[in-house]
Design a protein around this ligand. Structure first.
Ligand code: ADE
Length: 227
């Protein structure tokens, strides 16, 4: 049994194929640490044309995603297992950050609903979902990219997903600090040298330097994290 299962409901399943087919997420799926299911909402449309959206009551531009296919889909999923959260990705939602991801990473089963057009029928938001999450103060064309971001940030926190278990803890934001600068070979490139300390072989001093660099960068770039 995987530690986490994520069901992503979308009208554009193709948009979500590549983000999970590489690197850390692919490895976590292959190791059976996480199961990610992409569900085509149109499969739950109860009409000949597989229609999942309709004109807004009261008029106006843009289509609205209908409650019926979404309800049928979520009901079918819930009949199979209990879900910790049914999340609607939306710019109006709670802002995703590292503490939120850390808390959510212990969830067992999650549903992500990706919106499109002018959004979903308000009754979906009111009655079918448990939470709305935004990945930032900007508007995307749909929730898919936001669902991919949320999935990525959760999967890398699942124990065993990263080869070095400590590395998620040393990410930027994990200790409320931005990560220190990193360098690799060559030690000098076109006259640009790496800091001498990194060639010293003195691990405690290197760690001290990294911490100082993190602190300095955070003060400079993200003072809000230090408050
Ligand atoms: N859907 C459209 N824009 C979004 C955003 N910023 N975050 C989450 N879902 C979205």
């Amino acid at each position: 049994m995987p530690l986490m299962r994520i069901d992503i409901i979308t009208v554009l399943p193709a948009l979500l194929e590549s983000p999970f087919a590489h690197s850390i997420i692919k490895r976590a799926v292959d190791k059976n640490l996480v199961e990610i299911n992409i569900i085509n909402l149109r499969d739950y449309a109860n009409n000949k044309h597989k229609k999942v959206d309709d004109y807004p009551y009261g008029g106006g531009a843009g289509m609205v995603m209908m409650i019926e296919p979404i309800d049928r889909c979520i009901t079918a999923l819930k009949a199979e297992r209990a879900y910790d959260e049914v999340i609607y990705l939306s710019p109006d939602g709670e802002m995703l950050d590292q503490p939120m991801a850390n808390r959510m990473s212990s969830a067992k089963n999650l549903i992500f609903l990706c919106g499109h057009y002018k959004g979903v029928d308000e009754r979906v938001r009111k009655h079918l979902i448990t939470r709305e999450i935004s990945i930032g103060n900007y508007v995307l064309s749909g929730g898919e990219l936001a669902a991919a971001v949320l999935t990525d940030t959760l999967v890398r926190l699942i124990p065993g997903a990263l080869s070095d278990e400590t590395s998620a803890l040393s990410d930027s934001f994990q200790d409320k600090l931005i990560a220190p600068p990193a360098y690799t070979r060559p030690a000098e490139y076109n006259g640009m040298k790496i800091p001498d300390i990194l060639l010293s072989g003195n691990t405690p001093e290197v760690e001290k330097w990294r911490h100082e660099q993190s602190l300095e960068r955070t003060k400079e770039r993200r003072p809000d994290l230090l408050k």
